[in-house]
Design a protein around this ligand. Structure first.
Ligand code: NAD
Length: 483
């Protein structure tokens, strides 16, 4: 089958990488190459920079109303091409088409709509300075931003960066994940069709080591918004340090899912199946450490295992598929190695652990893995401490509120946490003590884009969402006017 060839998008034109090199990306459900993407280098980033810095001069001066108009148009065009985007995201990433249709692509459109509205309704500060005059604050666009995104929610997370970046009057050079570049490539035509001026958004495709690092080390790019792994985040801090860049880092997690005995059992169970295995467990917010209060431990474990065994793993394009394929062979092997490690560390595989035997035809070469539940490990085990980022969860019985707060917080990560209880006072008390950027009580992954989002400890630096995104993508200035 002919491979789709992707090109960089610079100054509203598709251009070949300067060194002419491409590499294959895979359809994870079939385990075969399906697209070729540019292996871009520093010289491609330099070209994109030239376009983005030229565009900044005029884009930064457009009115908010004009920027909002274009952002609304982009959202409308994503909606109009929803089916195309949904199919591409599922094929490129391995996720079930139902998830791409209900989560990824609608949210990508909403990111543009949300920030179009947000800039129109923002109000700056003003204060009288008695005897002198008055002060007011003003937001200035900063310049050319480097936007680096991961493979798990490709278009969703990339547009979460592009929308506030350009809404605030900046221009962008994007570096989508080398594993999932297809929907970012399709977005380029949408941006052009929506009337976004040339150079405002540029895409440079390729690896993190070449294209990503060139963005981070570029002396004239003053801000980097990065979502990805914690190890990469540390490299980005080090490599950008000489240039004093503004950084927003959304990194890894090892999120707790705490089930108290007084919870709404059925709701906790059904949602825990989702928070464990949605997107094959490849969502940074998945609850991979499940802590269950002892009186209901056995019942909850049995319910979870029974539910996990019923989940359908296979063809991502089938409407009733629950888990598609993991993103790559390397990632499949990494996730699988944690299952072996769990056994070595004394754990019991309650279900899953293997490639499903039911796969037929071309899917036999895909990177599928059964939903896996491991019991019998202690909180000091590596499997309970390290991010696995696949359909593998651990389950552990706790006895007291103090104990579960302590083991939840005894983690180098602090991204999110879910807790389940019908006791409102306990919910507020525990939520207040948990070290995580987001705590959900009796729900999971309910996102409100107006609220701060980000991680504590090694899960990130800074917050995005609503006003916090505006703070990142602008410089705030105080102007003092004397009487
Ligand atoms: P990754 O860190 O390997 O890659 C992310 C992006 O960074 C890719 O585009 C990659 O090419 C680029 N990159 C790699 N090395 C680079 C370098 N030295 N300089 C600049 N760019 C570089 O992460 P991944 O495997 O794509 O994504 C999975 C990780 O992302 C998980 O740890 C997950 O928890 C995390 N994540 C976090 C959030 C969040 O909101 N906190 C959301 C989604 C995913």
């Amino acid at each position: 089958m002919a491979l789709t060839t992707i090109d960089n998008f610079i100054n509203n034109e598709f251009v070949k990488p300067t060194e002419g090199a491409y590499f294959d990306t895979f359809n994870p459900a079939h385990g075969v190459p399906h697209a070729q993407i540019p292996d871009s280098t520093k010289s491609d980033v330099d070209l994109a920079y030239k376009a983005a810095s030229t565009a900044f001069t005029s884009w930064s001066k457009t009115t908010k109303a004009e920027r909002a108009r274009i952002l609304y148009k982009i959202a409308d065009l994503i909606d109009a091409r929803q089916d195309e985007f949904v199919r591409a995201e599922s094929k490129d990433q391995g996720k079930p088409i139902s998830l791409a249709k209900s989560v990824d692509i609608p949210r990508a459109a909403y990111n543009f709509r949300f920030f179009a509205g947000r800039i129109l309704h923002s109000v700056e500060e003003a204060a009288e300075l008695e005897g002198v005059g008055f002060n007011y604050s003003q937001r200035m666009p900063i310049g050319v931003a480097g936007l680096i995104s991961p493979w798990n929610l490709p278009l969703y997370l990339l547009t979460w960066k592009i929308a506030p970046c350009i809404a605030c009057g900046n221009t962008a050079i994007c570096k989508p994940s080398e594993f999932t570049s297809l929907t970012a490539y399709m977005l380029c035509s949408v941006l052009k069709d929506a009337g976004l001026p040339a150079g405002v958004v540029n895409m440079v495709f390729g690896t993190g080591m070449k294209a990503g690092q060139a963005l981070v080390e570029h002396p004239r790019i003053p801000l980097i918004s990065f979502t990805g792994g914690t190890v990469t985040g540390a490299k980005i801090i080090a490599n950008s340090a000489p240039h004093f860049k503004k950084l927003s880092l959304e990194l890894g997690g090892k999120n707790a899912n705490i089930i108290f005995a007084d919870c709404d059992f059925e709701k906790a169970l059904t949602t825990s199946l989702r928070s464990s295995f949605a997107n094959q467990g490849e969502i940074c917010l998945c609850g991979s450490r499940i802590f269950v209060e002892r009186p209901i431990y056995e019942k909850f474990l049995n319910g979870l295992v029974e539910g996990a065994k019923k989940l359908k793993v296979g063809d991502p394009s089938a409407a009733d598929t629950n888990l598609g394929a993991l993103v790559s062979k390397e990632h499949w092997e990494k996730v699988r190695s944690y299952i072996d490690l769990g056994v070595e560390e004394g754990g019991k595989i309650e279900c899953g652990g293997k490639k499903p035997a039911s796969l037929q035809g071309e899917f036999q070469n895909g990177y599928f893995l059964e939903p896996t539940i491991i019991s019998g490990l202690t909180p000091s085990c590596r499997v309970m401490r390290e991010e696995i980022f696949g359909p593998v969860v651990t389950i552990y019985a706790f006895d007291t509120e103090e104990e579960v707060v302590q083991i939840t917080n005894d983690s180098e990560y602090g991204l999110s946490c879910s807790l389940w209880t019908e006791n409102g006072r306990r919910a507020r008390r525990v939520a207040g003590e948990i070290q995580a950027g987001t705590v959900w009580v009796n729900t999971w992954m309910a996102r409100d884009l107006r609220m701060p989002f980000g991680g504590m400890k090694k899960s990130g630096l800074g917050r995005e969402g609503g006003e916090h995104s505006l703070d990142f993508y602008t410089e705030l200035k105080t102007i003092c006017l004397a009487d």
